[in-house]
Design a protein around this ligand. Structure first.
Ligand SMILES: Nc1ncnc2c1ncn2[C@@H]1O[C@H](COP(=O)(O)OP(=O)(O)O)[C@@H](O)[C@H]1O
Ligand SMILES: [Mg+2]
Length: 500
């Protein structure tokens, strides 16, 4: 028998088009990877209409390729860095695979000082039997009247993107801008100029932390943790960096739904996996038994690793998923699940505090309105600090901030074995802290607080107003210590009475 070619080109070229890129952005990302690895400082992506579907081009000012490199670049498996773990590329599949997954024709132009050389793959030429292999690169000017624009560089053109034929171009450009801006954020913050159809692509931080991100305002939660991981068997070892961020519930909870979506607050929770500084996946990874809840939108974790750990993370050649091995799951879950649960609890508490803010709003407004007609209280001229004020500010960040005109704020907290409430006088503000630990609170107030029945809501409000007037009388007293002593005395009696 005669030897047969390993690959049946005509069918292979059609089958390989289903390489499984999740989105056009994931495919374009392969080209941006290559530009960055060629040392490009600028990458311009253009999306235009063309015959047979949109046309997407990626221009860079990187090192460019000589003839041998260009011939290898278009080859499936051709790479100048096969199995290199120093950067993003290593499989030698990205360029042809990603290109043909979207386009029926791939053209690559490259130049190093002199005239550009070009090579191409055309699915139709191969299917129709007009070509069976790669034609060696030859000198050719850039297409569509373009100029090189840099001493060295590369221009990749995808023509007849049949798989994108039904896409509206503005939407496609927007999708690429959002996805690539996030995927390549670390490079953009470090100075990479990435543009889509002339518009600069900003580095969007899904952790909402980075000062250069258009959407930011979260806080780091703890210090970044670096873990040196080693496979139980074999050579594999490498560094993983884990960092968490926490979104400001108080400041952002009442943003509009549209704003939350735009900023990536909603549906943004979970883990962001970054390989060789490029994001390759996002999802609910290394969380152990913990299920995702809506509260988990309010914190994020970034897990960054180097390609030395590709096998552990289960990277495939399209570089868009991770499928972690069990040993990696076992190594990372203890680091991540505990913090995930702690952050979930913090977010839940913050939301609960917000709910009580809403509950007290009506009584606060009524009491504040009356306040202007009363003889003014003796507000302290300088902020007073005590364990209680510190605790209150951590629970209710703005509670001690001076209002424009005198007002009343009601909050609640577990004050332990004290009276029914505490009073804090701040600048132009009377803060009444209801004690959730007092038996009367639990017996008489808490059931009303949970009810939405209008009669219960009214009784709750009148109870709040009674407590505010008692508190105000104590705050206005010439003898505040004496007033406090009387309060503790009656509150103790009241506790006894409701217990029986
Ligand atoms: N924009 C570019 N600038 C310079 N060289 C490139 C560029 N794109 C691709 N190459 C070359 O083509 C080769 C193949 O690219 P690719 O198929 O993405 O595989 P990989 O990146 O895994 O090596 C690369 O190794 C590189 O030598
Ligand atoms: Mg590549």
């Amino acid at each position: 028998l005669a030897e047969v070619p390993l690959v049946a080109t005509r069918t292979f070229i059609q089958a390989t088009r289903d390489a499984g890129y999740r989105s056009p952005a994931q495919a374009v990302a392969e080209l941006v990877d290559n530009s960055i690895q060629a040392g490009a400082a600028r990458v311009d992506i253009d999306v235009e209409a063309g015959p047979g579907g949109p046309q997407i081009s990626v221009w860079d000012d990187g090192s460019g390729m000589d003839e041998d490199a260009l011939a290898a670049a278009l080859q499936f498996g051709g790479s100048s860095r096969f199995d290199d773990r120093g950067g993003m590329g290593r499989f030698g599949m990205g360029l042809p695979n990603s290109s043909l997954s979207q386009a029926r024709r791939l053209e690559v132009y490259s130049w190093r000082g002199g005239a550009p050389i070009a090579a191409h793959i055309d699915v139709d030429e191969i299917v129709e039997g007009k070509a069976s292999g790669l034609v060696p690169p030859e000198e050719r000017p850039l297409p569509d009247g373009r100029e090189p624009g840099a001493d060295s560089g590369t221009l990749v053109v995808w023509r007849r993107c049949d798989r994108l034929a039904d896409r509206r171009l503005p939407a496609l450009r927007g999708e690429l801008r959002d996805a690539l801006g996030s995927m390549f954020r670390h490079f953009i913050w470090d100075g990479l100029e990435l543009s889509i159809s002339g518009e600069r692509c900003e580095g969007v931080d899904p952790l909402l932390l980075h000062p250069k991100s258009p959407w930011r305002g979260a806080s780091p939660f703890g210090e970044p943790v670096q873990l040196e991981l080693r496979a139980p068997q074999g050579q594999e070892r490498g560094l993983v960096t884990v960092r968490f961020s926490e979104l400001p519930v108080h400041a952002w909870h009442d943003l509009t739904h549209a704003a939350k979506k735009r900023m990536g607050v909603t549906r943004g929770g979970g883990a962001y996996v970054v390989r060789a500084r490029r994001e390759i996946d996002r999802g609910w990874f290394f969380m152990g038994e913990k299920r995702k809840e809506n509260y988990d939108d309010w914190w994020r974790v970034e897990i960054a690793f180097d390609p030395e750990l590709d096998e552990a993370f289960g990277i495939t050649n399209t570089k868009q998923h991770i499928r972690p091995t069990q040993w990696l799951i076992d190594a990372l879950t203890p680091e991540i699940e505990g913090v995930a649960r702690a952050l979930n609890t913090r977010v839940r508490r913050a939301h609960e505090t917000l709910k009580t803010r809403e509950r007290f709003a009506v009584s606060e407004a009524a009491a504040s309105k009356v306040e202007s007609r009363m003889p003014p209280l003796e507000y302290p001229s300088r902020p007073q600090t005590s364990p209680l004020t510190e605790r209150l500010t951590s629970l209710f960040p703005d509670v001690l901030q001076a209002p424009e005109s005198p007002d009343v704020r009601i909050v609640e907290d577990d004050l332990g074995d004290a009276g029914l409430f505490e009073i804090v006088l701040a600048s132009k503000r009377l803060v009444v802290v209801l004690n959730t630990a007092h038996p009367y609170y639990r017996r008489a107030y808490a059931p009303l607080a949970e009810s939405t029945d209008p009669a219960a809501v009214e009784r709750r409000a009148s109870l709040e107003l009674l407590l505010v007037s008692l508190a105000r009388a104590d705050a206005a007293s010439d003898d505040r210590e004496g007033a406090r002593a009387r309060h503790v005395a009656w509150a103790q009696t009241l506790a006894e009475l409701v217990r029986t």
